[in-house]
Design a protein around this ligand. Structure first.
Ligand code: KIV
Length: 275
């Protein structure tokens, strides 16, 4: 069944957990979708995972559209959310609506996600007023990595926890239909989830959230540059791929690949006439 913004609302009301995974290409999106995962996030984490950048800062609107459109072609039932990259919405409300509109029109996604609290509420409100559903993102917001000075758990002090609660209420009030909470202490994330009527989707925020999201390459152990504490490895796909690549290399070099069953035939008569 097709997942929509209304599905998210209903699942929160019924106390059903929402599952979300990232994808950045057609084939992966198809597998995630067929597995019954509720939502696919085309995260700007594609900057790290797909493009090899050190962080998400260099990712462009064009990158998000290119990967987002591929994912939408592969996802039939999952709700596809595409990240708005750094400086595509912080600069002005006008830029935010134009870029969110481009992302939705040119990918076919159902919603966009952007990072920040009170300071981006005018943008959230304007995007939602343009009929583009918005997922907010609080806690460790990777586009602010230089301001944070590193990837750290957020909201641990009284002041920081109060700020996070204020921001969570503000993004709900501005019209966000869901909220991603990243690297937030479990008890605080649970409190925020209980406080809001919109679902929270946690990543490194414990199981008091209404749903969970992970970067697919992390949960498949395919991305080895950095593995956060909150990731569970569901399969050693990276090792399986490495072994397959080694086996291929060896088979090509020892001549065992391609075998007769991988080749096309031609009548000997035709070949003889070529001599
Ligand atoms: O870009 C991304 O993948 C994200 C998740 C980590 C929530 O924003």
């Amino acid at each position: 069944m097709k997942n929509t913004v209304a599905t998210f609302k209903k699942m929160k009301e019924n106390g059903e957990k929402i599952s979300m995974l990232t994808s950045y290409d057609y084939s992966t999106a198809k597998l995630v979708d067929e597995a019954g995962v509720n939502a696919i996030l085309v995260g700007d984490s594609l900057g790290n995972v797909m493009l090899g950048y050190e962080n998400t800062i260099p990712v462009t609107v064009e990158d998000m559209i290119h990967h987002g459109a591929a994912v939408c072609r592969g996802a039939k039932n999952a709700l596809v959310v595409v990240d708005m990259p750094f400086l595509s919405y912080q600069t002005s409300v006008y830029d935010a609506v134009v870029n969110a509109g481009r992302i939705m029109k040119e990918t076919g996604c159902a919603a966009v996600k952007l990072e920040g609290g009170k300071s981006v509420c005018p943008q959230i409100k304007a995007i939602v007023d343009a009929s583009i559903p918005v997922v907010a993102h609080l806690g460790l917001t990777p586009q602010s990595i230089n301001a944070f000075g590193g990837y750290k758990v957020q909201g641990k002090s009284l002041e920081a926890a109060k700020q996070l609660i204020e921001d969570a209420k503000a993004v709900e009030e501005a019209g966000a239909f869901a909220l991603t909470l990243e690297c937030v202490p479990e008890k605080l994330a649970r409190m925020i989830s209980d406080m809001l009527s919109i679902p929270t989707i946690g990543i490194g925020a414990g199981n008091g959230c209404d749903g969970q999201v992970l970067v697919y390459a992390d949960m498949l152990s395919m991305f080895s540059d950095f593995t956060p504490k909150f990731v569970r490895s569901f399969a050693q796909v990276g090792e399986i791929m490495s072994q397959a690549f080694r086996d291929y290399d060896a088979a090509v070099k020892d001549g065992s690949f391609p075998a007769p069953e991988h080749t096309y035939k031609i009548d000997d008569e035709v070949i003889e006439k070529l001599y």
